[in-house]
Design a protein around this ligand. Structure first.
Ligand code: ZN
Ligand code: ZN
Length: 144
């Protein structure tokens, strides 16, 4: 099949990640740009997790850069949803794209697809915030 630019991009980004991130539970939290986002439950802004701290739960106690609420984080996954059509039997299918997924038709097992549409769900916010720099955070974690 021919990969569309955003699908190809997502695949390349994801292929740079450590293998352990591509297994559950982290795998289910990777957005299609290979980043991790958390939403503040108080002000609903999103912050990007420094990659050094991915898998490290203690950063969840950190303060929101937007509203200064403490420790109100929920992960958000901006996943690429792709709708494909099988070129051999015409079956249409929508699925969330994750690296290493097999691209086989459910009905005829063909690997020949056309991409009909794709969208990031939920869409990215217009702006997102950053946690403090990883080095500040690591120093704080060490002090606690
Ligand atoms: Zn907030
Ligand atoms: Zn098919």
């Amino acid at each position: 099949m021919t990969l569309s630019p955003s699908l190809l991009n997502s695949r390349i980004e994801l292929s740079h990640l450590p293998v352990t991130w591509l297994q559950p539970p982290l795998r289910n939290q990777i957005s299609d740009d290979a980043q991790f986002y958390y939403r503040c439950e108080k002000c609903h802004s999103e912050s990007r997790v420094p990659l050094l701290l991915v898998g490290e739960k203690k950063f969840l106690k950190e303060t929101c850069s937007n509203c200064r609420a403490k420790g109100k984080w929920k992960p958000v996954t901006h996943a690429l949803k792709v709708t494909t059509r099988c070129l051999d039997c015409d079956l249409q299918r929508s699925a969330v794209h994750v690296i290493h997924d097999l691209w086989r038709c459910d009905r005829c097992y063909s690997a020949r697809f056309e991409v009909l549409s794709e969208e990031t769900d939920p869409p990215y916010p217009e702006r997102f915030f950053e946690f403090d720099s990883p080095f500040v955070l690591l120093a704080n974690l060490g002090a606690k």
